[in-house]
Write a protein that binds this ligand. Structure first.
Ligand SMILES: C[S@@+](CC[C@H](N)C(=O)[O-])C[C@H]1O[C@@H](n2cnc3c(N)ncnc32)[C@H](O)[C@@H]1O
Length: 229
């Protein structure tokens, strides 16, 4: 029984938030990797983690949030391996637990800062990359924190196999315009984009993420781009 002390902030009686940090190396150890363990598999994710051949497709989602898309994608593509990256403990555990509960086995998740992907993946190790609603960092002095930067795209392009794609969507127009410009100036080839995802050719294949639903309720458009390596 949790003791109830009169006058105590009621949130203090909620489960200890460190449960999520402990679960990463405990209950979910076979499915989720902390920063150090994520680095151990550089160049060997297919062979060591998924036990598949080097030709097997392996995709990455950056910033899984609470994992509705992560679980959906793993289940929809059992023929592909799927890695998620998330820096916050709670959504990380929510994401992997959701996918496990769906009965999938083709996915893993790492707690790792996505700006340093070359510390966990080797050249040509990745196929498709998915980035949904990354933090927009709207103030000018915060722009350097945005994930999409020239050197990030140069590195990401190097990590992907030729013919793979990047799917990027956001609810934030200034960030979308920023990203569009950076992708246009990058080594990526074919570029497709829309300023209204839900009324575009991409609508039928779209999966609405948690953040997307929030912005759709406010009747805001979603911006989407796809590039090929
Ligand atoms: C705005 S939420 C979007 C979540 C989800 N993709 C969606 O569309 O509902 C952004 C998520 O990215 C995670 N994140 C932010 N920066 C990150 C980074 N550098 N590396 C990995 N995850 C990051 C955050 O913790 C957060 O869960």
């Amino acid at each position: 029984m949790t003791p109830h002390i009169f006058g105590l902030n009621p949130t203090k009686t909620l489960p200890d938030p460190t449960y999520y940090a402990e679960a990463l190396n405990g209950e979910f150890r076979n499915w989720a990797f902390c920063e150090e363990r994520s680095q151990e598999f550089k160049g060997r994710w297919r062979e060591e983690v998924f036990e598949v051949s080097k030709d097997h497709p392996m995709d990455l989602e950056i910033g899984t949030g609470n994992g509705f898309h992560f679980a959906h994608y793993a289940k929809a593509h059992p023929e592909r391996c799927f890695i998620g990256l998330e820096i916050k403990y709670k959504p990380l555990i929510q994401s992997i637990r959701r996918a496990i509960n769906e009965g999938s086995t083709n996915m893993r998740i790492g707690r790792f800062h996505a700006s340093y992907l070359d510390e966990i993946f080797d050249e040509g190790e990745l196929n498709h990359v998915i980035i949904h609603h990354p933090d927009p960092w709207p103030k000018k002095k915060q722009w350097k924190r945005r994930l999409i930067q020239d050197d990030f795209l140069e590195g990401l392009h190097r990590l992907q196999r030729p013919g793979s794609r990047v799917d990027f969507k956001t609810d934030d127009l200034p960030y979308f315009e920023w990203a569009l410009e950076k992708f246009k100036n990058s080594k990526y080839g074919q570029l497709e984009y829309t300023f209204d995802l839900h009324n575009s050719q991409f609508a039928s294949e779209n999966f609405e993420t948690h953040f997307e639903k929030i912005f759709l309720k406010k009747e805001q458009p979603i911006y989407f781009l796809r590039v090929f390596s």
